[in-house]
Design a binder for this molecule. Structure first.
Ligand code: GDP
Length: 543
């Protein structure tokens, strides 16, 4: 029996789906664990703090995945959270909790298209930065994707318990380098390295933190008024209040409309390790981040969240874990109620799709999902027909626009080491391509025995060669090509482009014509000499 639109609307209102974007080592695993601690999912943090003898916690798995390099499984952690007045206060169970979906982005220095696809499944992002390091390359790239997709961003300055830059330096850096105006919700009391508490800019009160042993437990908070705060903290308090006034003078107060439009970013200071500021982050998500919203279909018509079930597949992953050798497709629910076992339609093939094996996956842990709502992420086991960007629905029919491939920046040819393996090699190539592991380019000159692989990050190549060997027993040889950028072109422009030095034209499996260039100077030169040629930029990560 499915639920009424009212029930679905209520479920949607209490949901928040977000991802953390950060450079490696900024503290994403530690923060994930701190969030789980505050949501009372775990009773103690510590796995990533290197304390021995503690029960393995959620982020342990992320660490292992990272160390292994490939097959970082993008998954979602779902937890209930009820906003409380103070972190150490019991939320009680009178109020219906919020449901938070934290969708994991792969946590390594390299990029892959997967990272970008994950960001199509969230309604908000938390940009986590290290107080000492400020903006780092991966944060910048991921932020560009958020901007491109219009995802609102909450900025978290982490590791405030360690020496770092001043709040104003960090704010300036973010404004200047990415054109996003931070609007701190709190100003830290105490400089970086001497984190005492947070000045709540909206209420004017002071949240004072206390440390717990090893930062393993929720840090107790005390709520004090301005007078008490001034007495206890002296100059540190005065400095925080002055900083806040300065920010207000510059117009850097939170504004809902500007935040949702992606112009400003509420900012919070935290220490994930000490569990300081974590409640404030959760509350900002609940209070400020948008709940799941209608999504436009291919014709621009919105599918309302209370319409019958629909979902978009945003990632397909072959289980590299020996005990789970299967293929999982992750879908983000767009509308309606999902009930395990329902037979839905796969829009791309028009075929029915049975959802008997629906799972929530976080790292090693898998559990059966019986019901889910818009904003939730569900893994479908052995979903061989599904590819990233595909739509699943219950009548009436709907098809969402494709996710789109991102501009590749790395190119290499791949061939089977032994000619006898050619058939398997082709089969494997088709399979990996349909999963969206890598883009495949072909042209007549090169033939089919050594197609050109195109990727956003070189790690995608490693995944291809590793899986060719592990799953298809094909040993391959990868040879990097001297191209570094691609442009979309057409039939009319291809012959002229092919005549140019340092350029080669290919057809991608989706039919797109791509011209590859050795470098941007070559491209600029050709654009100048032949202004009539079609050379359009692809959706780029860092345009
Ligand atoms: P990730 O790569 O972004 O997942 O980062 P981790 O969570 O693994 O953290 C990287 C390192 O920074 C680890 O040694 C953490 O213990 C440490 N770390 C994370 N958060 C904090 C923090 O708030 N303060 C301090 N001092 N260290 C932190």
């Amino acid at each position: 029996m499915s639920s009424s639109p009212d029930t679905i609307a209520r479920e949607v209102r209490r949901r928040r789906t977000f991802a953390i974007i950060s450079h490696p080592d900024a503290g994403k695993s530690t923060m994930t664990e701190a969030l789980a601690l505050h949501a009372r999912m775990i009773s103690e943090a510590g796995a990533v703090h290197g304390k021995s003898g503690r029960k393995a916690t959620v982020s342990d798995w992320m660490e292992m995945e990272k160390a292994r390099g490939i097959s970082v499984s993008s998954t979602a952690l779902q937890f209930n959270y009820t906003p409380t007045g103070l972190a150490n206060e019991d939320p009680g169970d009178e109020v219906e909790p919020n449901v938070i979906n934290l969708v994991d982005t792969p946590g390594h220095a390299d990029f892959s298209e997967d990272t970008y696809r994950v960001l199509t499944a969230v309604d908000a992002a938390v940009m986590l930065i290290d107080a000492a390091k400020g903006l780092e390359p991966q944060t910048l790239k991921l932020f560009q994707v958020c901007r491109h997709r219009g995802i609102p961003v909450i900025t978290v300055v982490n590791k405030w318990d360690r020496p770092g830059q001043t709040p104003l330096e960090l704010i300036d850096e973010i404004s200047e380098r990415i054109g996003l105006t931070p609007t701190p919700l709190y100003v830290p009391v105490g400089i970086a390295g001497d984190f005492r508490g947070l000045y709540d800019r909206r209420s004017g009160s002071y949240v004072k933190f206390s440390r717990t042993a090893g930062g393993a437990k929720i840090a107790p908070e005390e709520l004090l008024d301005a007078q008490q705060a001034a007495q206890i903290e002296g100059d540190a308090w005065t400095a925080a209040v002055e900083e806040s006034e300065l920010l207000s003078e510059m117009g850097q107060d939170h504004d809902e409309e500007l935040f949702l439009a992606g112009a400003t970013s509420p900012m919070i200071f935290t220490s994930a390790m000490l569990n300081f500021g974590v409640r404030q982050l959760l509350e900002a998500l609940v209070e400020l981040a948008p709940a799941p919203a209608p999504r436009d279909d291919v014709d621009g018509k919105p599918r309302e969240v209370t319409d019958p079930f629909s979902a978009v597949v945003f990632k397909v992953q072959a289980g590299m874990d020996a005990s789970h050798r299967d293929r999982l497709a992750y879908m983000r629910i767009v509308s309606g109620e999902f009930e395990r076992g329902m037979v839905v339609t796969h829009a791309q093939t028009g075929r029915p799709f049975a959802t008997k094996y629906a799972q929530a996956v976080f790292g090693r842990d898998r559990s059966t999902v019986d019901t889910a709502y818009p904003g939730d992420v569900v893994g479908l086991v052995n979903a061989t027909a599904l590819a990233p960007g595909d739509t699943l629905y219950d009548d009436p029919a709907v098809e969402f626009p494709p996710i789109g491939s991102f501009a590749p920046e790395h190119f290499a040819t791949l061939r089977a080491r032994s000619a006898g393996k050619y058939k398997q090699f082709r089969k494997a190539m088709d399979q990996l391509e349909s999963e969206g592991v890598v883009q495949v380019l072909r042209n007549d000159t090169r033939g089919d025995a050594s197609p050109v692989l195109a990727a956003v990050g070189p790690m995608q190549f490693e995944v291809v060669t590793a899986r060719m060997l592990a799953e298809f027993t094909v040993e391959t040889e990868l040879e990097p090509l001297g191209y570094s950028l691609a442009r979309r072109t057409d039939d009319a422009s291809s012959p002229e482009l092919d005549r140019q030095r340092g350029v080669e034209v290919f057809t991608r499996t989706d039919g797109a014509r791509l011209a590859l260039f050795s470098d941007k100077w070559r491209l600029q030169f050709i654009e100048k000499e032949h202004p009539d040629l079609t050379l359009e930029p692809l959706v780029a990560a860092a345009d």
